[in-house]
Design a protein around this ligand. Structure first.
Ligand SMILES: Nc1ncnc2c1ncn2[C@@H]1O[C@H](COP(=O)(O)OP(=O)(O)OP(=O)(O)O)[C@@H](O)[C@H]1O
Ligand SMILES: [Mg+2]
Length: 469
């Protein structure tokens, strides 16, 4: 059976052009001039794709987007927007459209859009003209079973099927780049390149050439034609990492490239079409950057269509064990495995991780080197006092969301010299205090958290002279 497409447009001329193009691709087409007719068709037939104009005689294409998104979840819908109405495209993407084409409709762009829609829903090709690559669903690289990470995973699944720009936010080391790679890997673009660009790391003078490429002779040293990131990512995904660091002048050029889906190499006279999905990431609050005049509102609006928030590790400490196992597995060598003992695991489960998963990786890498016979003990972790963090940047980002209470003197390394028993007691005291704070001094819960019996905890509290805080 051929995939069937529903085209909704009141301009007879454009409708015909679309019909012919789709039929030539080996597809079946139904068309409708109004929302009402479209609704009737949609109720009777299952479509592989709906393509709708935004302005229709009896309403807006947006109504169709909402109808399809809410009641035909497996049917992708794309919109056709009038020239220069980029805002409509953003609104439609937010409402659930997976992509858009703008008028005048470029047929090669339309064909790409149709192919990726069919691919997305794994429709078998009707004939060879439509190349469909059906990928088996790949397992997620994001480790964790907490509700927070499950939510992220399901959002990624949904976002992978859309062309909508996504802004990925979260503290340093929380997995923003990993999430971007997952979106790409699960999308119809997986076979094409994923290019991550650190916007803060490129000298301003070179930026335009790096993004858009250049022509031979465009400037001193331009000895050859060169592609930029956009051309390199063509057909795939471009991740603008640390997007808040883009200089204002470059923001204007980038906005244009994203809106027009065309770029001009430095020194070139003509523009070339590029087909690139844009994902961006930042650990800063982009809305604040807009207020401060450091980030253009129009680009913000454009990139910020959908936000994917990576929760800090301290808000999903339940994932620590799973993450640690996976990390330690990677650090193991044949015949030598590395494991955490109970105390070390408990200590990690109470740590704040200002540097998130990356910090956990670093801690374990170091600990693995100190571990005795492959067993990591608390002391091997070398957890720092929460007040002397090296990474001030992520420390600031964390300030409002600390979990362990305000005076988080957890795991303070006492100044040497001090005896080993004293040191261990200090650690034990800190761990117990942190557990009590987290459970609002509920000793039963604190004992559970620490993996000890209530009696053991009561004994330790007396021995270490810990009072309720
Ligand atoms: N849920 C997760 N499961 C497994 N590994 C993870 C997870 N989250 C992050 N990581 C790992 O942690 C490290 C940091 O992740 P990543 O580089 O994606 O963070 P980031 O948010 O981009 O950080 P930064 O803001 O510093 O650029 C990587 O090695 C990544 O593989
Ligand atoms: Mg990153």
């Amino acid at each position: 059976m051929k995939p069937r497409i529903l085209v909704i447009d009141d301009e007879a001329h454009l409708r015909e052009l679309l019909e012919i193009t789709l039929i030539k691709m080996g597809l079946d087409v139904d068309s409708a001039e109004t929302l009402e007719i479209a609704r009737g068709l949609l109720a009777k037939t299952a479509y592989s794709l709906v393509l709708t104009d935004m302005r229709l005689p009896d309403g807006s294409g947006l109504e169709m987007v909402e109808l399809v998104t809410n009641t035909h979840k497996n049917t992708p819908i794309a919109v056709i927007t009038a020239f220069g109405s980029a805002e409509n495209a953003v609104i439609a993407l937010k409402a659930g459209a997976f992509d858009y084409v703008s008028k005048p409709v470029a047929l090669d762009q339309l064909r790409k859009l149709v192919r990726s829609a069919l691919q997305m829903h794994e429709v078998k090709p009707a004939d060879e003209v439509v190349e469909v690559l059906v990928k088996p669903a790949s397992p997620s690289f994001l480790i964790g079973s907490s509700p927070e990470i499950q939510h992220v995973r399901s959002q990624i699944g949904r976002l992978a099927r859309s062309m909508a720009p996504v802004i990925i936010t979260g503290e340093s080391g929380s997995g923003k780049e990993l999430a971007a790679r997952e979106i790409h890997r699960n999308s119809g673009r997986a076979e094409k390149p994923f290019i991550a660009v650190n916007c803060g790391a490129i000298p301003e003078m070179l930026m335009e050439a790096e993004f858009f490429g250049y022509r031979k002779g465009a400037f001193t040293g331009a000895n050859d034609d060169r592609d930029g990131f956009f051309q390199a990512a063509n057909g795939g995904t471009l991740m603008l990492d640390e997007v808040a660091d883009l200089p204002l002048a470059m923001q204007v050029k980038l906005l244009r490239a994203i809106q027009e889906r065309r770029v001009r190499k430095v020194g070139a006279t003509n523009e070339e079409a590029v087909d690139v999905r844009i994902l961006s990431a930042t650990h800063q609050n982009l809305a604040d950057c807009v207020t401060a005049g450091k980030f253009r509102q129009d680009l913000y609006y454009r990139l910020n269509v959908i936000e994917l928030v990576l929760p800090p590790l301290r808000q999903r400490l339940d994932d620590v064990e799973e993450l640690a196992s996976a990390i330690l597995l990677k650090l193991a060598t044949p015949g030598y495995s590395i494991k955490l003992n109970q105390a070390a695991l408990q200590a990690l489960k109470l740590y704040e991780f200002p540097g998130n998963v990356r910090e956990l990786e670093n801690i374990l890498e170091r600990a693995a080197a100190f571990a005795n016979d492959g067993i990591v003990d608390v002391i091997d972790l070398g957890l720092r006092s929460q007040h002397s963090l090296p990474d001030q940047r992520s420390r600031n980002a964390n300030d409002q969301t600390l979990n362990l209470g305000d005076d988080s003197e957890v795991f303070v390394k006492p100044d040497f010299p001090c005896s080993l028993p004293e040191y261990l007691e200090a650690i034990e005291r800190d761990v117990i205090r942190a557990a009590l704070r987290r459970t609002q001094n509920n000793r039963t819960q604190a004992a559970d958290l620490l993996g000890v019996s209530f009696r053991q905890l009561r004994y330790s509290i007396q021995k270490l002279k810990i009072s309720d805080e």
